[in-house]
Ligand binder design. Sequence first.
Ligand code: DX5
Ligand code: ZN
Length: 235
Amino acid sequence: MNALPTRLLIAPSLLAADFARLGEETVAVQQAGADWLHLDVMDGHFVPNITFGPLVVKALRRHTTMPLDVHLMIAPADPYIAAFAEAGADHISVHPEAGPHLHRTLQLIRSLGKKAGVVLNPATPIETIVNVLDLVDIIMVMTVNPGFGGQAFIASQLTKIAALRRLIDQTGRDIVLQIDGGITPATAPAVLDMGADCLIAGTAVYGAPDYAKAIAALRATRRRRGPDMADGPAG
Ligand code: DX5
Ligand code: ZN
């Protein structure tokens, strides 16, 4: 069993919010106890759905002090990264498949003073990122195929999450291991047992009648694992 992280970050995904009220929906999850706001940018080309671009990120920036966690599902990504940085993104995460030069893309994000993330699709192996870990602040594991909210959690990714936890610990660096797709109070415990420290949740938060209760329910899955786990006090 890996040593497990003591932090747990909850990042609601705005994809499941009411798109006619994005500002209010942003404020609501911050008040409900969210740590980061996850923003899914889709281009109808890299993934079969279209959402929003830098203008919406810029508009939301004025409504929250939460870090804006931007998940780019666009190809190419490089031409738009500066625009998302200027719009107020704090973290910019890219899929390796979105361009030919992942190292260059991560350098670009870092050069703009932002935290850089890489996203692994269900079929994407860990080996894709081992040679760029020195440029990575966030590793996101997709537990659905990207493009839509409300899909079923793909449990085969649990072994990948555990292997990434070991890899991150070997680096000795503070890399956040976040999980995206199908996260609910039912699927979160296994994900946390494998060593994840950030849960992205769209439907499980914005689809719930009470956002604070929904976020608390996700946090509580960590506590339910019991005092015998080697990860210190719950929090
Ligand atoms: C899917 C997005 C996810 C999505 C998750 O491509 O990356 O962030 O919002 O939605 P749920 O939590 O409903 O699976
Ligand atoms: Zn996402």
